[in-house]
Ligand binder design. Structure first.
Ligand SMILES: *Cc1c(COP(=O)(O)O)cnc(C)c1O
Length: 374
């Protein structure tokens, strides 16, 4: 028998989450509905590219980073637009964009130079990125108009096809004032430049009234870029995924492989960081940090055993962790454990206990954990 651990990916939850996001936009909208790039970078936040392609078939486009993943989407039959969020990295990538009809972000002069020196069979669609305060990628406000003019020159020469404008928010999850300022900078710097606009990540997409203020003109589209919410995790620290109507798309589950009673004062695991306050039963779960479970999740991290919520005890080992069986007297070797997802704590709760965010945990599930499609 294989080691009893798996990550179950629910295609219906993925589709449900996309639908939920779209519906929310619809009800908030009094203008024509925006289009969605479903963000599927990092192997669809750990859920598998093929699963995402299937479950997000109603999205207008897919967005990711890796050229290989983009090509894979085409091979899987995705026919609609694909956006490369960081664009391309060297001149020979442009042939791949051309061959597979990939839309590229253009965030720096080096990329523009590569494009202006390229020859393509068909014009490549592009979004020219503006830095509005994230200070990660994008042309500065001062550079932007000139960069856009160069992109238009590439368009006239048949190298670029449709052009759009994009930016990225740094604090859409926690500071509406900063976000509004970034949006104002975007509006001003892109004024009068034709093209689609793409601005919002999950947090901005789910902030009511925000996307509707993104400037569009002459029938151009807004393209929102939700990622994490599609996988059933929350982009906000103060709002749960359940409150947002989202369902967990990944359930990490395992089993107990050992159960023992320990005396009061007995210590558990590496470093003996947990010492039992009295006699208790302790279970050992077939999941450790080499499976992607966070090593920084200490005593008290929520976990579910046989459907009962309990807690992790002591330090997480490479291949195992210990749980408190006090509330689960019926637990035996083979009893099911949910580390996060359906029937267990949310990935966000586990992340919070480990001092990180749900994004990191979902992306970090190790290849040795088999994925089951449900
Ligand atoms: C990852 C990413 C997104 C999606 O962000 P979420 O917070 O997961 O919704 C959107 N745009 C860009 C440029 C990204 O890198």
């Amino acid at each position: 028998m294989p080691r009893p651990i798996s990550a179950t990916i629910s295609l219906s939850s993925l589709s449900h989450n996309l639908h939920t996001v779209v519906q929310q936009l619809g009800s908030a909208a009094d203008r024509s509905a925006p289009s969605i790039w479903a963000v599927i970078k990092a192997d669809a936040y750990g859920h598998g590219i093929a699963n995402a392609v299937q479950a997000f078939h109603q999205a207008q486009g897919l967005a990711m980073l890796d050229l290989d993943e983009a090509v894979r989407c085409r091979e899987l039959g995705w026919d609609k637009p694909i956006l490369l969020l960081e664009g391309f990295f060297e001149p020979r990538d442009i042939a791949v964009l051309d061959q597979y009809r990939l839309t590229t972000a253009v965030h720096c002069q080096e990329q523009l130079d590569m494009l202006l020196g390229a020859s393509v069979a068909n014009p490549i669609d592009a979004f020219i990125k503006l830095n509005t305060g994230m200070n990660r990628l994008g042309f500065s406000v001062e550079e932007y108009a000139a960069a856009y003019r160069q992109a238009q020159a590439a368009q006239e020469r048949g190298i670029l096809g449709s052009l759009g404008k994009m930016t990225h928010f740094a604090r859409a999850d926690d500071d509406p004032v900063v976000t509004r300022r970034q949006l104002d900078i975007f509006t001003q710097a892109t004024q009068g430049l034709p093209g689609h606009a793409s601005v919002c990540n999950s947090a901005a997409t789910l902030t009511s009234g925000l996307w509707a203020d993104i400037p569009v003109s002459d029938g151009r589209k807004q393209w929102l870029r939700p990622g994490i919410c599609l996988y059933g995790a929350s982009p906000f620290a103060d709002k749960t995924a359940a409150q947002l109507g989202l369902l967990p798309a990944m359930t990490l589950s395992a089993q107990l492989i050992s159960v023992r009673g320990i005396a009061g004062g007995a210590a558990v695991g590496y470093g003996h960081s947990f010492v039992s306050p009295g006699p208790m039963r302790v279970g050992i779960v077939a999941c450790g940090y080499a499976d992607g479970y966070p090593r920084h999740a200490g005593t008290g991290t929520p976990i579910s055993v046989d459907g009962v919520r309990t807690q992790v005890l002591g330090r997480v080992s490479m291949d195992m962790l210990a749980v408190d069986l006090t509330p689960v007297p019926q637990a035996r070797v083979g009893t099911p454990v949910v580390l996060w997802g359906q029937g267990g704590p949310s990935v966000d709760e586990v992340a919070q206990a480990a001092g990180t965010i749900g994004y990191e945990l979902l992306c970090a599930v190790a290849p040795r954990v088999p994925k089951i499609i449900a």
